[in-house]
Design a protein around this ligand. Structure first.
Ligand code: FAD
Ligand code: NAP
Length: 313
C-alpha cells in the first residue's frame, strides 16, 4: 500500500528557490514538505566557485546548497528525497504522485523545478553522451587530464566551464556561433587571459566524431556559420554549455508558458493561473536566471502561499 502524506504546502525542487521558500514557509509555521527531485541542491551543485551570492565572496556551489538545505531543515521543513511524477490540479487538496509511490496531498504547491541543460540535438551527440559528451564540467572534467577538449556556447556557463576545464585539459577550444560572448565581462577577461583557451568564433558543431571500440570521442566536425566551410577539431571531450530550458514537464499542459516554456506568473507575483499554485526560480524566469533572484522568488512564493492558506481558513 502506498503511503499518503498531507501538507499545507508542498515545495517541489531543492534549488535556491525551493530551499528559500522552505525557510519562509517553515518560519510561518505552515510545516512545509519539500521534495528534492533527481538533483538535490539543483544546478549550483554542478559548478565550482559562486562569487555573486551575497555574503559569500567565494563559495563552492555544492557547499552553498548544503548550507541552504541545512537552513531549511533547521527551520522545520521536512525534506524528502523523492521525485514528483505528476500532479492532479483538479482535485482539492492537490494530489501529487511520486516516484517512490508516496502520494502527496497539498493545500498549496510551490513549483521550483528550475531548469535543465539544453543539448544540440545531434544524433552523434546522443550516441556519445557519457562517452566524451557531457554538460557538466565539474562532474566530468577530471577524466580529461592532459587531453584536448572543446566547450560549446558563449554564455556564463560556457566560459566558466572552459576556465574550470583548464585545470585538467591541455587545451580548451571554445566554439561559439558568433564572435561576441554574452557572459559577464569579468569572466571574459579571465577567459581571454588564459593561454590554454582558444576561442573559435562563428562556428557550429555539425557532428561529434568518435570510435566505437573502445567507445569515445575523437573530435568534432564544425562549420563556419558564414562561409559554410567545415573542419575537424581533434578532441577527447565535448562539453555542451548552450543554456538551460525550464523543467516544466509537470505543468506544461496545465499552466500557461511563454518564451520557450517558462511558466507564466502574474505581474510582481509568483501566482500562476491556478489559485494555490505558485512558481518560483528558473522555472519562471527567462530573464535573470540567477541563484539570488531564484531565492528571492522562493521567498515571494512562500509569503503568497501563506496568504492564500490564511484566506482559505
Ligand atoms: P534549480 O537550481 O534548477 O533546481 C531545481 C530543483 O528542482 C532541483 O533540485 C531538481 O532536483 C528539482 N526538480 C526538478 N524536477 C522535479 C520533480 N519532478 N520532482 C521534484 N523535484 C524536481 N547563478 C548564480 O547566481 N551564480 C552562479 O555562479 C551560477 N553559476 C552557475 C553555474 C552553472 C554550471 C549553472 C548551470 C548555473 C549557474 N547559475 C548561477 C544559475 C543558478 O544555478 C540558477 O539560476 C539557480 O540554480 C536556479 O534555482 P532554482 O531553485 O530555480 O532551480
Ligand atoms: P545562456 O546565457 O542562455 O547562453 C547560452 C549560450 O549558448 C549563448 O552564447 C548562445 O549563443 C549559445 N547557444 C544557444 N543555443 C545554441 C545552439 N543550438 N548551438 C550553439 N550555441 C548555442 O545560458 P548559460 O550560459 O547556461 O546561462 C544560463 C543562466 O545561468 C544565465 O542567466 C546565466 O547568467 C546564469 N549563470 C550565471 C553564472 C554566474 O553568475 N557566474 C554562471 C553560469 C550561469 P548566442 O549568444 O548566440 O545566443
Amino acid at each position: 500500500m502506498s503511503e499518503t502524506r498531507h501538507t499545507k504546502v508542498l515545495i517541489i525542487g531543492s534549488g535556491p528557490a525551493g530551499y528559500t521558500a522552505a525557510v519562509y514557509a517553515a518560519r510561518a509555521m505552515i510545516e512545509p514538505i519539500l521534495v528534492q527531485g533527481l538533483e538535490p541542491g539543483g544546478q549550483l551543485t554542478t559548478t565550482t566557485e559562486v562569487e555573486n551570492y551575497p555574503s559569500f565572496i567565494d563559495i563552492q556551489g555544492p557547499e552553498l546548497m548544503m548550507k541552504m538545505e541545512e537552513h531549511a531543515r533547521a527551520m522545520g521543513t521536512e525534506i524528502i528525497g523523492d521525485i514528483i511524477t505528476s500532479i492532479d490540479f483538479d482535485q482539492r487538496p492537490f494530489v501529487a504522485q511520486s516516484d517512490s509511490g508516496t502520494v502527496y496531498t497539498a493545500d498549496s504547491i510551490i513549483l521550483a523545478t528550475g531548469a535543465r541543460a539544453k543539448w544540440l540535438g545531434l544524433e552523434s551527440e546522443e550516441a556519445f553522451k557519457g562517452f566524451g559528451v557531457s554538460a557538466c564540467a565539474t562532474c566530468d572534467g577530471f577524466f580529461y587530464r592532459g587531453k584536448e577538449i572543446v566547450v560549446i556556447g558563449g554564455g556564463n556557463t560556457a566560459v566558466e566551464e572552459a576556465l574550470f576545464l583548464t585545470n585538467f585539459a591541455s587545451k580548451v577550444t571554445l566554439i561559439h556561433r558568433r564572435d561576441e560572448l554574452r557572459s559577464e565581462k569579468i569572466l571574459q577577461d579571465r577567459l581571454f587571459k588564459n593561454p590554454k583557451i582558444e576561442p573559435l568564433w562563428f562556428h557550429e558543431v555539425e557532428e561529434v566524431l568518435g570510435d566505437e571500440n573502445p567507445k569515445g570521442v575523437t573530435g568534432v566536425r564544425v562549420k563556419h556559420t558564414k562561409t559554410g566551410e567545415t573542419q575537424v577539431i581533434d578532441c577527447a571531450g565535448v562539453f555542451v554549455a548552450i543554456g538551460h530550458a525550464p523543467a516544466n514537464e509537470l505543468v506544461k499542459d496545465v499552466l500557461d508558458t511563454h518564451m520557450g516554456g517558462y511558466v507564466v506568473t502574474q505581474p510582481d507575483s509568483t501566482a500562476t493561473s491556478i489559485p494555490g499554485v505558485f512558481a518560483a526560480g528558473d522555472l519562471t524566469d527567462h530573464k535573470y536566471r540567477q541563484a539570488v533572484t531564484s531565492a528571492g522568488m522562493g521567498c515571494m512564493a512562500a509569503l503568497e502561499a501563506e496568504r492564500f492558506l490564511a484566506e482559505q481558513e
